[in-house]
Design a protein around this ligand. Structure first.
Ligand SMILES: [Cu+2]
Length: 181
């Protein structure tokens, strides 16, 4: 009599184990998907090479030179917090040939389209009036030895491009500011 009772009990136990296993797999997959979805906005710019070694700052110091380069191209700030940007043209070439600025663009702006539009904007230091809404902040256009300090706030978490809009420069003078939560 006892064996008759034990056999179905073992079967029920095995069946229960099988069910638990598949239930666990399902919930694990769901948890992974959910955490990936919520983690994405917490780590803006996670795919940018070198971003992990960049420290959050509220005081950016940047230079541009006669090689048409910025000395740094990657920054990390807090979204919604005021940041200062101290920019200097450390070159020696004449302003007509080699001036620099820093133009911080809204998220989602086509950098190439903006850089192209900026070429003709000679009357406004290469800030195109037709695309003023695309600009969060910009420095003056600086000749050799000149500097300018501005403050700005990046409104949202995400990645913002900055470029120099002096004609022909944005291809090599560009960088990113990652705004963290
Ligand atoms: Cu430049």
């Amino acid at each position: 009599m006892k064996r008759v009772i034990l056999v179905p009990a073992a079967l029920i136990f095995l069946a229960a184990c099988g069910n638990n296993e598949s239930a666990n797999k399902t919930s694990t997959a769901t948890d992974t998907a959910a955490s990936a979805a919520t983690a994405a906005p917490e780590k803006p710019g996670a795919d940018i090479p070198g971003i992990d070694s960049v420290q959050v700052t509220d005081a950016i110091v940047l230079t541009g030179n006669d090689d048409t380069k910025y000395d740094k191209t990657l920054f990390k700030v807090k979204a919604g917090k005021q940041v200062s940007l101290d920019f200097k043209n450390v070159g020696k070439m004449p302003a007509t040939a080699m001036s620099h600025n820093v133009v911080i663009l809204q998220q989602g702006i086509d950098v190439n389209a903006f850089g192209q539009a900026a070429i003709a904007a000679t009357a406004t230091e290469h800030i195109p009036a037709s695309m003023a809404d695309a600009v969060i902040a910009h420095t003056k256009l600086l000749g050799p030895g000149q500097s300018d300090k501005i403050t700005f706030t990046l409104p949202d978490v995400g990645v913002y491009d900055f470029i120099c809009t002096f004609p022909g420069h944005y291809a090599t003078m560009k960088g990113k500011i990652v705004a963290e939560p």
